[in-house]
Write a protein that binds this ligand. Sequence first.
Ligand SMILES: Cc1cc2nc3c(=O)[nH]c(=O)nc-3n(C[C@H](O)[C@H](O)[C@H](O)COP(=O)(O)OP(=O)(O)OC[C@H]3O[C@@H](n4cnc5c(N)ncnc54)[C@H](O)[C@@H]3O)c2cc1C
Ligand code: SF4
Ligand code: SF4
Length: 474
Amino acid sequence: MGKPTGFMEFKRLNKDEISVEERIKNFNDFHVSFDLKTQREQASRCMNCGVPFCQSAMKVNNRNVGCPLSNLIPEWNHLIYLGLYEEAYKRLEMTAPFPEFTGNVCPALCEACCSCSINDEAVGVRANELFLIEEAFKNGWIKPKRNIKRNGKKIAVIGSGPSGLSCAKKLNDNGFTVTVYEKSDRFGGLLMYGIPNMKLEKQIIERRINLLEEEGIVFIKNTRIGYDLKVSKLLDEYDDIVFACGTSAPRPLVCKGSDAKGVIYAVDFLKETTRNLLDEKKFIYNLKDKNVIIIGGGDTANDCCGTAAREGAKTVTELEITKEPPLENTVSWPNYPNKKKTDYGVFECNTIYGKDIRRYETTIDEVVKDKDNNIIGVNIKKVKFENGKFVDVPNTTEYLPCDCLIIAMGFLGTSDEDSKNYGLNTNRNRINLNGFNYNDNIFVCGDMKNGQSLVVVAIKDGIDCALKVIEKYR
Ligand SMILES: Cc1cc2nc3c(=O)[nH]c(=O)nc-3n(C[C@H](O)[C@H](O)[C@H](O)COP(=O)(O)OP(=O)(O)OC[C@H]3O[C@@H](n4cnc5c(N)ncnc54)[C@H](O)[C@@H]3O)c2cc1C
Ligand code: SF4
Ligand code: SF4
């Protein structure tokens, strides 16, 4: 199988990107797709390994290695090389319910452990996946499943993020009558109102929701369960409830002055930007000429950097509490690499502002505000990690002017208020669970169960949760 010499003949190519100067003028996807010949050559680099780590879904050192969905990667790579795209798509859909989401935003755990990456660069699996699903939509290979035989059981899924959607789809495919409740004005969870449009264009989510609706799933928005509609009412109406509400409690900034106007949580900032883009068909430029500081060094902070650059910020600085990662990878294959990476948003800021915007081992000491409670600056300080905790480095305080401080320090889990309104007991913001079960009729999945994770992990968790519900009625 495969082109036996593909990995020797062709170098890995990454998709071309529109220049930073051009792409920050809008929120559109800035990648340029391969032509068909290049796409097939890239697929031919797959060696069809005897033991394909790429699809292994293993845990090594308690971290995900390989595709959590166990996608049949070598099979579809080979079929792409042969030009048999529909057959390739048929293999992809066996395990992946929403390849258009993962094909855009997955950190490609499969590529990190690809055998090709031991001596060379990994096969571009994620690009192949995205190519296939877009071909499938373009060519009408995806048809809504109709005439599903119903089993008479009704399930309410609360939350329409990737875990809620994959759970709803699996249950619907298996004959359950499913209603998805969403508190927001649009469906998709963090796919819609977290991940920015340039990383995942929002019509891609709407296209999938329309398909799921055609397959019989009922979607109800602007309805916050536990507030607008009581859980007890749902339990009267449905056989089971699946909670897939994500993590509602962000890790707060605890320092003097943190209540100032102009201090904002990352997801609120990203959500408002996307909402404005979709409703008003324009972006707000509300950061024009402003000094922006972002606390946090993960994916969310990176998305805030890209968004701030597009909104015209005068300066952007990212504060990371951890040490600067090494430039060379320090862990061996098949572990996910440990080295400094510069994702798109930071790269854009570095390019525009002419320097690396990241400051490591640094945190906020105090938010400085004016008499009207508006933020005007921050005092920052250096820290170091000692004996299992961060400690201040004396005499390192520095003042930076700041008009907008964005907090991207991760999430704690389900807020106390939410768990009380749901009637679910928690321990340190995590619902008390036995596997997926809170009790016989209440299930929990996705980030709400596992804590902050990845889209592909949430999708897999939703499927596994649905299988537990299905098992109950066997
Ligand atoms: C800014 C940002 C960028 C990210 N980027 C990436 C990335 O590039 N790649 C990646 O793999 N992962 C990324 N992640 C992580 C990923 O988005 C999450 O792990 C994933 O979305 C979790 O899915 P979920 O379905 O469990 O929860 P969510 O996506 O959070 O969805 C939960 C849904 O439940 C709804 N809800 C909550 N409470 C109620 C209620 N009471 N009633 C009704 N509805 C309710 C919410 O409105 C929401 O729509 C990112 C996360 C953030 C914050
Ligand atoms: S879902 Fe992610 S890990 Fe799985 S094949 Fe696609 S890119 Fe790789
Ligand atoms: S590990 Fe890499 S080369 Fe091997 S089968 Fe998977 S994608 Fe192909």
